[in-house]
Design a protein around this ligand. Structure first.
Ligand code: ZN
Length: 368
């Protein structure tokens, strides 16, 4: 094992949903972060098909591990292999059971084959700590020694919408979550209603960007409800907003036979505006209640520049520092964030029982 803690090298695997990802990190430095996307497989089904995801993970995992080792060696200038790696980490949950199983079993087999410690990581702890990930030269958004507790983590993705209160490493509590759909799920569903394909959340976001505040005439924006507006529950909800879009789109399609390009753009912008207002309101509410010293944001929905700008505004108004992951790959599901979270668990001595099983409904509130 490398003598200095910050030099420890971890190989991490995440197969929690439909992307096969393997990364190598040294401390919080990301030496490689390979993501093999399965979008083209699931796209034609309009959603993730668990059986197909498992098969693709199985077919790809060995090649993705090889690629992660090769890239890590190139980026660090040193040979990275199972002789130089100090530990193996993998996501044990939450996620799709049969998909999680592939990465977890592979990681456990590698750890036992090479006599390495194994760390089981909660996928949401990965997203929570993703802003700590540094590039291969060691620069990033925030260093671990600059974290101030308690802090709030806002995790917004296709599978989750939650606010986590973090009092220290390993001490997490979900203080707000969605009552129905996750925000990223709503993005994808609305994108499909607008004929933007699957997964279309990102396309929708790009379209909304085109309709900048200056260009959109207020009378061309659609009046959509901000979820749980004037409701003092600290929770999220996206199904009502999604349904409101559905009926308005249906009405327009019936009266005009279809949507014009301009209407699609305006719907995208109107939806995103309401979705962001909801995030802003509930984040402000959580800040008032828990008085955190800083905010960390993670998850694919935050890769939208408009979402980030909206959240920055909240933080600025309340004079709080806010941090986001430093590159696009760190927002979506990726193994580098699992490696970083795994590294901190390794340093804390939190090794997994070798028999630990996948847990599709694992909560970040409970330690593995
Ligand atoms: Zn995720």
């Amino acid at each position: 094992m490398n003598s200095e803690l910050g030099k420890l090298i971890v190989l991490a695997i995440d197969t929690s949903c439909d992307d096969t990802s393997v990364a190598v990190v040294q401390g919080a430095r990301v030496l490689s972060n390979v993501i093999s996307s399965q979008d083209e497989i699931h796209g034609e089904w309009g959603g993730v098909v668990p059986d197909l995801a498992r098969r693709a993970h199985n077919e790809r995992i060995d090649a993705v591990i090889e690629q992660a080792l090769t890239r890590a060696s190139r980026n660090s200038g040193e040979k990275i292999n199972f002789e130089t790696i100090d530990a193996i980490a993998a996501t044990y949950g939450p996620g799709l059971a049969i998909a999680l199983e592939v990465g977890l079993k592979k990681a456990q087999a590698l750890a036992s084959e090479h006599g390495l410690p194994f760390v089981a990581v909660n996928h949401m702890e990965g997203h929570l700590l993703s802003a700590l990930a540094q590039n291969s030269r060691g620069s990033g958004q925030i260093r671990v020694e600059d974290l101030r507790f308690p802090l709030l983590g806002l995790l917004i993705s296709g599978g989750h919408t939650e606010i986590v209160l973090m009092k220290s490493f390993g001490d997490y509590e979900i203080v707000a979550q969605t009552l129905d759909d996750a925000v990223g799920e709503a993005y994808d569903k609305v994108a499909r209603m607008l004929g933007l394909g699957y997964p279309g959340g990102k396309v929708l976001s790009e379209m909304a960007k085109l309709v900048s505040e200056k260009l959109a005439r207020p009378d061309e924006m659609y009046a959509l409800p901000i979820p749980l507006n004037n409701d003092d529950r600290l929770a999220f909800s996206y199904s009502g907003l999604k349904t409101a879009v559905y009926y308005k789109v249906k009405q327009l399609k019936e009266s005009a036979g279809g949507l014009t390009k301009k209407q699609i753009h305006n719907f995208a912008a109107s939806f995103e505006k309401a979705a962001i207002s909801h995030l802003q309101q509930k984040l402000s509410m959580a800040i008032e209640k828990f008085q955190p010293k800083m905010i960390l944001v993670g998850g694919g929905v935050a890769s939208s520049a408009k979402v980030r700008a909206g959240l920055r505004k909240v933080a600025k108004n309340l004079e709080l520092p806010i941090f986001f992951p430093s590159n696009n790959k760190l927002y979506v599901d990726n193994a580098a964030m699992i490696g970083v979270a795994g590294y901190f668990k390794l340093v804390r001595g939190e090794l997994a029982r070798s028999s630990i099983d996948r847990d599709p409904r694992a909560s970040i509130s409970k330690a593995a």
